[in-house]
Design a protein around this ligand. Structure first.
Ligand code: ATP
Ligand code: MG
Length: 774
């Protein structure tokens, strides 16, 4: 056991060892809030509190895993495993699996992600004959989500004239009906969306006192990280559970409240003292994360906000370098500057890719950065955006898997009932939907009982539907005895998902096949890991993991160091030695959509504060003079946040370089790529982290735009003829190093079978695989 109390300063230690009762730790970024929470749990366990009696709610599951690991070093890993720790959604999904039956939900309920919800709402709008341009599915979902997060049920909605009036004024009087339909349909298909996980938990705890008592009794100690971003629904859950023992410890920073748009309520932290008696307040002031320049610069910005608690943040760390500000002509040059700068910093300071993060306001900004990083062969990982699990082929495959776990899952069923094509058209599905509504059954139940309904379908269609149902039931039986990977592999083969895509032969088809294979790899990894740990390796468990894991969590499973690309929202709680914040331009950051009121603008400023305080050693602030937005080239002004930072903490790279070099093409030279031979190494380097570029002949670059490439051999086919030979050691941008086992085909169709250390044997089309001989 290590002497954990020695790793804390005095105020931190006080908070860690404080006896029972409600307590709140309010402190600025990087002051050790999460560290205190972690150590406090370890300390409680050390003093004899049973891990099963501690509930700890974190912002990401990744954070929970890291905290568990750390606690494990103090109290032993097997004990730490028993902690209830995770995000609100994952912890309460777990509770709902065992208690949801009180509310009429099966234990294997499906969790709908936002795309499933949008599809369902789209079909409800269509069935109700409403104008889809007035009733925009995504907006309606947003409205329903805000109702749920404020615990406004359908009934409560109809009892609230103000809400109804507002919807009438917005020309959308039917929102109540859509909400009703949506709730009914989710219920009938045994599904919950993300907001339901909280809403239904609240219902469970308020309507079933015995259930509440059980969990109040279990969770004698409750700890919540990032409390400033809890919404009303989460707030009520915590309050109900903590009511009995009042051993509630929350930590947070009002200056980092950035989720108001999703219903987070900054008042939860501001009002904590009013909600509990005898609250003990702790303040932490010393920042351990960042250089003094970064801490002071961040303070100078957040000072401009009017709504905030008084807090001091200071650091003993050295001043460090000034924050670098870089202006480029456009977003392409911005991307290149970042890539070059990362490359240079890596070389000069012998760093790894994982020491760098690039933060942006909106997901779409990642593309230009990605292009530049790829050009420089810098490995990166994107959190969020259109992630792997959002891609069509992955969703199709997952839908089959979901369906065999829960055949009543309507969204999954609609997705695959006619994919791959099996002659069950949209009108048949519509009829089934109507019948399902009429008989108050799920579509799958209707299909299994066609003869008992008056549904009007011809014999051919009936046979097809029977075949489909038989197939799903067959899968279900297989799932009872097989592990997640065996089932998934079986389903992919039986459904011809891959075969059909292979036949298609286009580059898109190829990449889809690779994606499905990648999904199978992920399921395989999951199965092996779970079995090694002696834990549940069933498909149901994998699906839960896949639905709940945020993109952030997924990425953590791959160990090779990568530059992190993420939105600022996702960066909360994280830290990186080098941070690049890009797109610091008016209308982008602050966002054009969040400048109408002071409170919106203050939230943007808090977002900037979060971004800046992620940096440990060095922060770069980048902005472009022009940028493509919504398909148009627009002029951009520097963000007001740049001006709000006290000048003394800044160094303007543009001016400095331009003045010293006086080069009228300076933008091209400096903002474009820095030729590698111009980079000076400060220290001799033993082993360069990046391989020197192989000669062009040896390298197979993917065509810039896959969509324009057809599968047919073309005049340029020879370009793809490779000199990769069996036995060569190669490096792939994604899979890392491997050995070529065999080759087949020629020209653009040439494929290689390669054994990678990271993912095992893979067959790759050389035309698209970025291979380098090493
Ligand atoms: P955020 O507001 O961004 O969530 P935080 O307040 O939760 O930040 P932590 O992430 O807990 O801060 O700590 C910031 C960094 O400082 C971490 O790397 C942590 O390990 C380190 N740290 C915190 N306290 C100490 C200490 N007493 N001694 C040394 N390092 C510390
Ligand atoms: Mg933290």
């Amino acid at each position: 056991m290590d002497n954990y109390l020695d790793n804390l300063n005095e105020s931190q230690r006080e908070a860690v060892v404080h006896k029972d009762g409600p307590m709140i730790i309010i402190a600025g970024a990087g002051s050790g809030k999460t560290r205190v929470l972690t150590y406090r749990i370890a300390h409680l366990m050390n003093k004899g509190v049973d891990a099963f009696n501690i509930l700890s709610l974190t912002f990401t599951n990744k954070a929970a895993r890291e905290m568990k690991e750390r606690i494990g070093t103090v109290v032993g890993t097997s004990e730490a495993k028993n902690l209830w720790m995770g995000t609100f959604h994952s912890v309460f999904a777990r509770i709902l699996r065992s208690e949801g039956h009180h509310l009429g939900f099966p234990s294997n309920f499906t969790i709908y992600d936002s795309q499933d919800s949008v599809r369902l709402i789209t079909s409800i709008i269509k069935e109700m004959g409403l104008d889809k341009d007035v009733y925009k599915a995504k907006q309606i979902l947003g409205r329903i989500s805000s109702f749920k997060n404020s615990l406004i049920t359908v009934k409560a909605y109809y009892n609230n004239p103000e809400l109804m009036e507002a919807d009438k004024m917005a020309q959308r009087p039917k929102i109540g009906e859509i909400y009703q339909q949506y709730v009914d349909r989710c219920f009938k298909s045994g599904s919950m969306d993300f907001d339901d996980l909280l809403l239904r938990t609240n219902q469970l705890l308020t309507q079933f006192p015995a259930v509440l008592a059980k969990y109040q009794d279990r969770f004698k100690y409750i700890l919540v990280d990032e409390y400033q971003d809890t919404n009303h629904s989460q707030y009520l859950i915590v309050r109900a559970l903590a009511d009995r023992f009042q051993n509630i410890c929350v930590v947070g920073d009002d200056s980092q409240s950035i989720y108001a748009f999703r219903g987070a309520n900054i008042q939860n932290i501001l009002n904590f003292q009013k909600n509990y008696d005898n609250v003990k307040i702790f303040k932490l002031e010393q920042n351990y994360r960042s250089s003094n320049n970064i801490v002071e610069a961040a303070n100078s910005v957040i000072e401009k906000n009017k709504t905030k608690l008084d807090k001091e943040v200071w650091t003993d760390n050295s001043d460090g370098e000034k924050i670098k500000v870089m202006r480029t002509i456009n977003e392409i040059k911005e991307g290149r500057f970042v890539a070059d700068s990362i490359f240079e910093n890596k070389m000069n300071n012998q760093l790894q890719n994982s020491d760098f993060a690039i933060l942006y306001r909106t997901n779409s900004q990642s593309r230009a950065i990605e292009d530049a990083l790829r050009e420089k062969n810098i490995e990166y990982v994107i959190f969020g955006g259109l992630s792997f699990y959002q891609r069509k082929e992955i969703k199709d495959t997952l839908s089959y898997l979901r369906l065999l776990i829960n055949p009543n899952d309507e969204e999954a069923l609609k997705r695959v009932i006619n994919y791959p094509l099996r002659g069950i058209g949209a009108s048949t599905v519509d009829k089934l939907s109507v019948a399902a509504n009429h008989y108050k059954k799920s579509i799958f139940e209707i299909i299994c009982n066609l003869n008992k309904t008056d549904i009007n379908l011809n014999a051919g269609v009936r046979t097809k539907l029977n075949n489909f149902a038989t197939m799903i039931q067959h899968f279900k039986i297989e799932a009872e005895t097989k592990d997640a990977y065996e089932v998934a592999d079986f389903v992919v083969k039986q459904t011809r998902l891959v075969k059909d895509l292979e036949k298609d032969g286009t580059p898109e088809g190829v990449s889809r096949v690779e994606n499905i294979q990648e999904l199978l790899n992920a399921i395989k990894n999951f199965t092996v890991e779970q079995k090694e740990k002696g834990e549940d390796a069933s498909l149901a468990f994998f699906l839960e993991d896949a639905a709940l894991a945020s993109d952030l969590d997924k990425a953590s499973k791959d160990d090779t160091p990568k530059v992190s690309l993420l939105t600022i929202h996702l960066s909360k709680g994280l830290e990186f030695p080098y941070v690049y914040i890009v797109g610091l331009e008016e209308n982008l950051f602050p966002s054009a959509m969040s400048m109408n009121t002071r409170s919106e603008l203050e939230e943007e400023r808090r977002l900037f504060y979060v971004a800046l305080t992620r940096a440990e050693k060095q922060a770069y602030l980048c902005h472009a003079q022009m940028r493509y937005r919504w398909g148009k080239l627009v002029d951009c002004e520097p963000s007001r946040f740049l001006e709000e930072i006290d000048e003394k903490y800044l160094e303007h790279l543009t001016l400095k370089v331009a003045e010293t070099k006086q080069n009228k093409f300076i933008n091209e030279d400096i903002f474009g790529s820095v030729p590698q031979n111009k980079i000076r190494f400060k220290k001799p380097i033993q082993r360069a982290p990046i391989k020197k570029k192989a000669s062009p002949k040896m390298e197979f670059q993917a065509p810039k735009n896959l969509k324009k490439v057809t599968g047919k051999p073309s005049a340029s086919a020879n370009l793809f003829d490779s000199n990769v030979a069996v036995g060569n050691r190669v490096e792939h941008t994604k899979f890392g190093r491997g050995e070529v086992l065999s080759l087949e085909g020629t020209g653009p169709n040439q494929k290689a079978e390669i054994r990678f250390a990271s993912v095992g044997v893979k067959k790759l089309l050389l035309q698209f695989a970025k291979l380098k001989i090493i």
